[in-house]
Write a protein that binds this ligand. Structure first.
Ligand SMILES: [Zn+2]
Length: 220
């Protein structure tokens, strides 16, 4: 089974507890006797890594075998990448318990696989917009939120929770196209259009705060 390492803690003298997000959701696993040993395997249990693993199930499951598919945190990471990883991991920590993990896992893994390959801000932007759904936040992007107009939509309004038409929107900074594309389309991440991701992320951050009550505290 594949999973993403969300957190890894020391446990008793020689063991660790590792929190892994997979199709089973976010779960803690005991990893016996890894700490202190200079073996390769314990070094792989690093936050943000994608691993393949087996486990022995019980009320507190034990990680059995594991190997790293993709390492995301390494000594050559820049601060931007570290911040993107932190924000994505934070979102996984906040996921509601009743989330459909089987449905979401493939997209989440894709995002973690591509952080280092693509513009990490692009990965984060698309990740955050797609992840609104499990938090029950569904912006209305196909109809003006003030007058109901479905034509001439030109803006995205955080406080109106969706699209506004040209009669109702007074700014000239159309990011609605990107919100629509990232929210509705299903493409490999690299195929989505590019935009000013820093600017978009500022909108996304405010939107999360107001509608999902999550303060991402992005430092980009
Ligand atoms: Zn309108």
């Amino acid at each position: 089974m594949r999973g993403i390492i969300v957190k890894s803690l020391d446990y008793k003298e020689k063991s660790k507890i590792v929190y892994i997000y997979s199709i089973l959701g976010l779960k803690g696993y005991k990893v016996l006797g890894v700490k202190g040993k200079k073996n390769v395997s314990s070094g792989n249990l690093i936050t943000g890594n994608i691993i393949d693993f087996t486990f022995i199930d019980s009320s507190f499951p034990t990680l059995q075998e594991f190997y790293t598919i993709k390492s995301n945190l390494n000594c050559s990471n820049d601060l931007k990448t570290i911040e993107v990883l932190r924000a994505m991991i934070e979102i996984i920590n906040y996921l509601p318990e009743d989330s459909n993990n089987e449905l979401m896992y493939p997209f989440i893994e894709e995002a973690f696989l591509k952080i280092l390959e693509l513009d990490s801000l692009k990965v984060l932007s698309i990740f955050l917009i797609k992840m609104l759904y499990p938090f029950g936040v569904n912006p209305e992007l196909k109809k003006c939120q003030r007058c109901g107009n479905t034509n001439d939509l030109i803006g995205f309004s955080i406080t109106d929770h969706g699209a506004l038409c040209k009669n109702c929107y007074k700014y000239n900074d159309n990011y609605l196209d990107y919100w629509q594309e990232y929210y509705y389309k299903k493409l490999p991440i690299e195929e989505y259009s590019d935009c000013d991701f820093i600017k978009l992320l500022k909108e996304i951050e405010k939107y999360y705060l107001i509608n999902a009550h999550i303060n991402l505290k992005l430092h980009l």
